[in-house]
Design a protein around this ligand. Structure first.
Ligand code: ZN
Ligand code: CU
Length: 483
């Protein structure tokens, strides 16, 4: 009679591949799933009766800024564990916490992941060592950010293209990090500290990916009027360096570009026939990042999510603050700096079209350091499951789970994760498909999802719905295509 460490009985199994859910039991020994099927003859140290509720692979957050959060214990990862997330991809949008220290506060938006004192890792291996000594509460898959490499190689003189020598220094730093367990390279070409980097500079640095098989992941130069040109640039960088590309938080922003996701998705589909290209999306028509006065206008609704000189303004609309101060929106934005904000600049139809596309992965893009964060930090995954799949029927629950598990593991090359099968790691989420939903809103953004019942990371119970994190930190660094 087989005996397991953990046996979950009477589950409806969503295996992460997108194939139809089925009834069954799942047996776990140590950190792996060892049996799936009718295990009624088996026993275990701990048995859980799922009562027909859904059991899926732990969700993979394809796009995060959790570089600092994963270092500070289980409580810091509550926003993710409470959604069923068991693996986070860090280092997005050109922003990563290694491989450089900063002699001063880094420029926005790099400072969203930490002040000057957070930058203690002059190599990726120093960061990875810290994760080994004090394991994270979720698994971590790491990208290296272009903006960090630029600050170091160009000594903060960023409003110009890098010289050949500087680009070569960045390429070497990236190559080192890839050898030390980082899995790809990210850019944020839209942001002031990186927008002066021409395509050639990015290609010169990304050349390091060629020998290491890493991914090129990008917050593109323009997600508005120039979104198609930016897709072309991204595809070219992928082709010229022989790397697979991921377009981050795909969107069409500003009213004059609403509806253009029909064009962008068609272009991506066409490109996907000849090169590897994928994208992630968050399920909201508002974005969030640093507050940038030159991106502010009175007709764009903007909500402040944090401000260092004026923390009391978090949660309020910029136009209201400007009116109260008797100045214009740009002036008010300048007075609030350093600050972060939520920008209401997308159309719901584009969000839905991108979510529905078979290639889109789910990524939260949450910013944990904000006082009044965008609700995506706490709500992304249950919102896709509850609002978009169950309530609106935009996609099936099987497809929704696939977009946050098997699809993502495949794109990023996470071996034995994102699928529920014998031999895979026991990253698991048990949830109630009839009630699962986000509760985080723009006015009350820090609230845990409803319907997530228990979450296991590498076989270890890490979150229990209604109770919170268990305090266990069973995560580890996950690298591309490693065993
Ligand atoms: Zn971004
Ligand atoms: Cu981001």
């Amino acid at each position: 009679m087989p005996r397991y460490d953990l046996l979950i009985r009477h589950a409806t199994i969503y295996d992460g591949t997108g194939s139809p859910a089925r009834k069954g039991d799942v047996g776990v020994a140590g950190e792996r799933i060892v049996a799936i099927g009718d295990l009624s003859a088996a026993t275990a140290d701990r048995e859980v009766d799922a009562g027909g509720r859904a059991l899926a692979p732990g969700f993979i957050d394809a796009h995060t800024h959790d570089d600092q959060s994963v270092l500070c214990g289980a409580d810091c990862m509550l926003p993710k564990l409470s959604q069923g997330v068991t693996t986070v991809v860090i280092g997005n949008c050109g922003l990563s916490l290694s491989p450089a220290t900063m002699r001063k506060r880094p420029p926005a938006p790099l400072d969203l992941i930490g002040g000057a004192d957070a930058w203690q890792f002059d190599s990726f291996s120093a960061y990875a060592d810290t994760l080994r000594r004090a394991p994270p509460a979720t698994n971590v898959y790491a990208l290296i950010g272009h903006m960090v490499l630029r600050c170091e190689a160009m000594d903060f003189d960023l409003d110009r293209p890098a010289t050949d020598k500087e680009a070569e220094r960045m390429r070497r730093r990236l190559a080192e990090a890839l050898m030390q367990g980082a899995s790809g390279f990210s850019t944020g070409l839209w942001y002031p500290p990186s927008r002066h980097a021409p395509t050639d500079e990015v290609i010169a640095v990304a050349e390091a990916l060629r020998n290491h098989g890493g991914l090129y992941v990008t917050h593109m130069r323009d997600e508005g009027d120039g979104v198609l040109d930016s897709i072309e640039e991204t595809l070219k960088i992928g082709r010229d360096t022989g790397s697979a590309v991921v377009i981050s938080h795909h969107k069409c922003m500003l009213p004059q570009n609403f509806g253009r996701s029909t064009e962008t998705l068609a272009r991506i589909d066409r490109a996907a026939k000849t090169q590897k290209v994928d994208f992630d999306v968050y399920p909201y028509p508002a974005g969030s990042t640093a507050l940038m006065p030159d991106r502010v206008s009175a007709d764009l609704p903007i909500q402040i999510s944090s401000s260092e000189p004026h923390p009391e303004m978090a949660g309020r609309m910029l136009n209201d603050i400007a009116a109260e101060w008797g100045i214009d929106a740009v002036g008010a934005a300048k007075r609030l700096l350093p600050a972060a904000a939520i920008y209401f600049f997308m159309h719901e139809d584009d969000v839905r079209r991108i979510l529905r596309h078979p290639r889109s992965m789910i990524g939260s893009d949450g910013i944990p350091s904000n006082d009044m964060p965008h609700p995506r930090l706490w709500g992304t995954f249950p919102r896709v499951l509850g609002h978009y799949a169950r309530e609106l029927g935009l996609i099936s629950l099987e497809q929704a789970v696939h977009k946050m598990t098997g699809l993502t593991a495949g794109v990023f090359g996470m071996t034995d994760r994102g699928v529920l099968r014998e031999g895979a790691y026991a990253d698991l989420v048990l949830f109630d498909p009839d009630t699962v939903v986000d509760t985080a809103s723009y006015t009350a953004p820090k609230t845990p999802a409803r319907g997530i019942e228990e979450v296991w990371v590498n076989g270890v119970s890490s979150y229990v719905g209604g109770k919170g994190v268990t305090g266990e930190c069973a995560g580890r660094l996950v690298t591309r295509n490693a065993q």
